[in-house]
Design a protein around this ligand. Sequence first.
Ligand code: AQP
Length: 340
Amino acid sequence: MADAAHTRRVFSGIKPSGGLTMGNYLGAIKRFVEMQNADYQSIYCVVDMHAITVWQEPDDLRHATRELVAAYIASGIDPDKSILFNQSQVSAHAELGWVFNCVARVGWMNRMTQFKDKAGKNAEAVSLGLYAYPSLMAADILIYHATHVPVGEDQKQHVELTRDIAAKFNHDFKVPDFFPQPEPIIDGPATRVMNLRDGTKKMSKSGQSDMERINMTDDAALIAKKFKKAKSDAEPLPETLAGLAGRPEAKNLVEIYAALSDTTPEAVIAEFAGAQWGRFKPALADLAVAKLEPISLEMARLMQDPAEIDRILAKGADKANAIAQPILDKTYDIVGFVRH
Ligand code: AQP
């Protein structure tokens, strides 16, 4: 169980599968920082084992891993307050993941919409790891007996699967309270930031065109250009929130503005009611630069000292392992593995 001093334990992670987007920042990292600064024990992970479910060039993976650590720290994750590490260095994740592969049912995995989206028509040719990914994600969370999991909307189904795996393990082995039922925390105006060229698709690191996303490393000129060219529509901004119905691109840009300025879409509409895109888009670009540029500059500074990043990861892995290993040992005892 989470220890007495920290009855609320947060776990979440991000894949180092390319450069981070503003979607990852607003939907995940920004909220990780808020939870770190509230009364939670927080554990944040660079989930490198999830990244290799699709091909990653080894040098790119190393770079993306360190860059993600730099992004976490530059955004406000404090490695002395939160445990910050990379997944492959705490072997209990993979070990519990295997146990969970034997608890989860194939029928459950077949219902995962993210697998269907990512595999597309090519399901026979994708890796077995991509299919099994949600069971490793359940292990990532439950190896810490985490109680809260801040994620974007796209990960909700995987956290629900985690709850099912925990319940089935507890039931099958007759240990009613062993694994907790973690709560997905999906809130704020940016739980699903959409692609700038198509407001019906999620903004992703691996999306095809660079113009469809804002990367955390984009400079001010590029951010301004991407918002200027972002798809919108012919209408001005509406007078009320209801006026955004059926206007996915307009809704997305309003929600991004709200998330960046820590306000609500209602407040943004109140401020910009009736505004033309020629007024709103430059205001949005200025806001994004004001919020993101200090983070990208700090990321660049931190990336100049990769050895220090590796030291932070090593320290974090030791702290993570100190929580995970006793839970894995207990799991093995419950399962019936003879330990030495
Ligand atoms: N567009 C988004 N809006 C809000 N939240 C998002 N997240 C990702 N995209 C958005 C949240 O970021 C966290 C980390 O995601 P991840 O890297 O582990 O996996 P992902 O959801 O598959 O992210 P990407 O950017 O789409 O990566 P690729 O393209 O490599 O698959 C999660 O909490 C996620 O919800």
